[in-house]
Design a protein around this ligand. Sequence first.
Ligand code: F6R
Length: 364
Amino acid sequence: EKGNYRHFMQKEIFEQPTVVAQTLSSYIRQVDQTVALPQFDFDLSTINRVTIVACGTSYYAGMVAKYWFEQFARLPVDIDFASEFRYREPVLEPGGLALFISQSGETADTLAALRHCKQHGQTIAVVVNVPTSSMAREADLLLPTHAGPEIGVASTKAFTCQLAVLAALAAHMAVARGRMTRAEEAEVVVHLLQAPASLNAALAHDADIAAMAHLIAPARDVLYLGRGPDYPLALEGALKLKEISYIHAEGYASGEMKHGPIALIDEAVPVIVLAPSGPLFEKTVSNMQEVRARGGKIVLVSDRAGLDEAGEGCLATIEMPRVHPLIAPLVYAVPVQLIAYHVACVKGTDVDQPRNLAKSVTVE
Ligand code: F6R
């Protein structure tokens, strides 16, 4: 039931602090501040490579995870859309962990890729929200998200729960490989446990986002920019907007703008910049100035420090809590989802059942 919410999507966006906390609680041992995984019977320290395969929003969660596996565990990561992965000839060598991410656990291309990897001797890990799904049954390492049933066709809470599990997995593998000390692991745990409160703080800006949605709704095209682990969030923002508001949108890595997409910029194209303050902020701000110099209208999503520094002259600003870079992708998922949601509401589209889309894609 939707309770006091207008749409399932809205309800599921607001459930995120609770379901992320629920998910984290099954991966974190509070007593000693360590990451604990469910039971499995292979040696994690022998894994020398990770291949991530997924579709849609789950794929973007995988893109974020690639940064974490590289940064924490120093593991080489290959990532692809399931529909592409299957039809190339991926090199799958001994010691490889193939990681599949799926809300439904039934997406046909992802399931077929899983079976292909199994036949080629890969250890199979699955991050899945439906514990009784086909993918869950075929996993060597089953990593459930505890998001609860997701009814809205556009994925929201499953995504942030996937990120929570993937961050925990990356830290655990880093420890297993001797790349992370127990003290560093405890720090990761502290940051992760901060996520639910930060998600709540992000949700507190719902009304600001609703109030600016009419600025985006008339646009024919919208661009999203992000850098580092926030680049996949730009892709996710564009996907959400396309899906439920039917506005054409693209996500770009901020630094790629000047290599072509900047030709699209004029006063009619809002550019939504996802830029938590931190080591990458200055670079993104200079990319933002390039857009502004060409008449582009910017919506800056950042924390107080970022908005104070670069918010002037923007079409709109959306304030996020100041967070550790590890949890920024979870927290910045909230404005990305709420922008799409409120723009769709302004346009009057069917938010929970967008045209041409199904909740689970069981055809290849
Ligand atoms: C986007 C969306 C889809 C799914 C994709 C994969 O909002 O819902 O892009 O993310 O179809 O589905 P799962 O995660 O069930 O494999």
